[in-house]
Write a protein that binds this ligand. Structure first.
Ligand code: SF4
Length: 497
């Protein structure tokens, strides 16, 4: 039987454009050491992180007798990394893994060689590395490395780290990694392994998440706490921005701070959308934060209506918060078909035209004659919002009001999130009133940036002189200059804007 080809894009399957009109986190990382069957633990952790990348995944393990082993596959973890046969090829007590959407340089055209973890053989032994984020000077680094003789195997920016390590004179692999990461700019949460050591590192701004957990006698690193829960590991703490931890079964966790200290700028969009609602960020459940965002939104942008409905699933906690604050009843006015959109329907033109209806359906009996508030997490291109509005009006709604749990997304992200080019972002070209008219809704309101900061726990709102988070996709103020993109013609926000 011919092998199925990977999709050109994980959401190219028909009926999934409800997901296509979102910003997408590009990667999740996981690693463990000191456990009996590392591969199974890593597979479970990656399964819990699947929302951070569905295009491909990979696992590397090391066994004292059999050395390093790896498996990299297109598709979902549950379809690739659950068979005993495959897991038996990955023996060992230490392992790391990665799920990806796609990284810089290869969007929509991933080849298996771009799938992480990457592996490098050094004089002191091998090392595997997996990375969540985006290296903003990767093109420059790659050019310099190639000029000096490096031969790249992939189009991934993460491979730069391996080549920088190869050029380092450091005596140990953690030393070499430290030196390599000092040359890298941008956002990176790295999980790496040697034969005996698990290494984790966050960039100095701590843009992307990374947490530490304890599993029996062993240790775990993961992008989010939901990946600890699935294996019943204890959440110990978040890895600090700029911190590197080197962990072994024998010596435990050794922590150091190899970079010049900076004010942390965690991605505020992790709170809004990327992280799973059952994860803990900054000591608070993501669900709780999203509910607080909904409450704040209801205070800032009240409207007289009969029902508050979430755009499923990501708008749900904010819609509940909006309903609690406003006293307007919450209702599931739109139902999501969880099983739609993978493989069984041929992608004919007729099916494609059904678009969002294949995934979302309006609960007509509930909606008819009602003034409906729809709560969504964000508006990116606006294509899905328009279609949802049409569905709600077709079902007989009297009024449709959109309330959005993030400020207008007017700037692209260069820190590991797939964003359309700036001109494709609705908020980059239209005012709020113009967007309302374009979407054809009775009213449209976004939470303010200050309101979002209050909801995530900054009682005084955003400090304009020293923002506490990365919010570049809303504010246009990039905490790390996207050097490669500027070289390619990206125009930063000017003082007048
Ligand atoms: S630009 Fe937006 S999505 Fe990207 S890291 Fe910053 S807040 Fe997060």
């Amino acid at each position: 039987m011919p092998k199925p080809m990977p999709p050109a894009h994980p959401f190219d399957y028909p009926g999934t454009d409800a997901d296509d009109d979102k910003l997408r986190e590009e990667c999740g990382v996981f690693g463990t050491v000191g456990v009996i069957d590392a591969a199974s633990i890593v597979a479970l952790g990656l399964h819990a992180l699947q929302h951070r990348g569905q295009e491909a995944g990979g696992i590397v393990t090391h066994d004292a007798a059999l050395g390093f082993n790896s498996a990299r596959r297109f598709g979902l973890v549950r379809d690739n990394f659950t068979s005993e046969k495959l897991l038996n090829t990955l023996p060992g007590h230490i392992g790391i893994g990665h799920v990806r959407y796609s990284t810089a340089g290869s969007k929509g055209a991933t080849q298996i060689r771009d799938v992480q973890p990457f592996f490098g053989e050094f004089s002191m032994g091998g090392a595997a590395i997996a990375h969540n984020g985006n290296i903003t000077n990767a093109i420059t680094l790659r050019r310099e490395l190639i000029e000096r003789g490096s031969i790249f195997q992939s189009s991934s920016d993460s491979e730069c780290i391996i080549h920088l390590m190869a050029r380092s004179m450091g005596r140990t692999i953690p030393d070499r990694m430290e030196e390599a990461l000092r040359k890298v700019e941008g956002a990176f949460s790295v999980v790496a392994m040697t034969r005996t050591k698990l290494i984790g590192c966050r960039d100095p701004l701590g843009v992307r998440p990374l947490v530490l957990g304890r599993l029996g006698e062993g240790w775990v690193l993961a992008s989010e706490t939901c990946a600890l829960d699935i294996i019943n590991a204890e959440f110990i703490r978040e890895i600090e921005p700029g911190e590197m931890v080197v962990i072994s079964a024998e010596t435990g966790v050794q922590s150091h701070f190899p970079f010049r200290s900076k004010r942390s700028r965690f991605c505020i969009f992790e709170h809004v959308y990327f992280s799973r609602p059952d994860s803990i960020l900054g000591g608070r459940s993501v669900y709780e934060t999203r509910e607080a965002i909904g409450r704040e939104l209801a205070k800032e942008a009240p409207v007289d209506a009969d029902l508050v409905c979430p755009v499923p699933d990501s708008g749900t906690p904010a819609a509940i918060g909006f309903s609690l604050q406003s006293g307007i009843p919450y209702a599931m006015g739109i139902i999501r078909n969880q099983y739609m959109g993978r493989t069984f329907i041929e992608p004919t033109e007729q099916i494609r035209n059904m678009g969002v209806r294949l995934k979302l359906n309006v609960n007509r009996a509930l909606i008819r004659g009602k003034r409906v508030i729809l709560v969504d997490d964000s508006v990116v291109r606006g294509t899905t919002s328009r279609k949802i509005k049409e569905m709600i009006l077709d079902a007989g709604a009297a009024e449709v009001h959109f309330r959005i749990a993030s400020p207008p997304t007017a700037w692209p992200c260069f820190y590991g999130v797939d964003t359309p080019q700036r001109e494709k972002l609705l908020a980059a070209t239209m005012s709020e009133d113009e967007m309302r008219d374009h979407l054809g809704v009775d009213s449209l309101k976004f939470i303010s940036l200050d309101g979002l900061y209050r909801a995530v726990g900054e009682a005084g709102g955003r400090d304009p002189k020293a923002p506490q988070y990365c919010d570049a996709c809303f504010s246009g103020e990039y905490p790390v200059e996207p050097a490669d993109m500027i070289d390619q013609g990206f125009r930063m926000k000017t003082a007048a804007e």
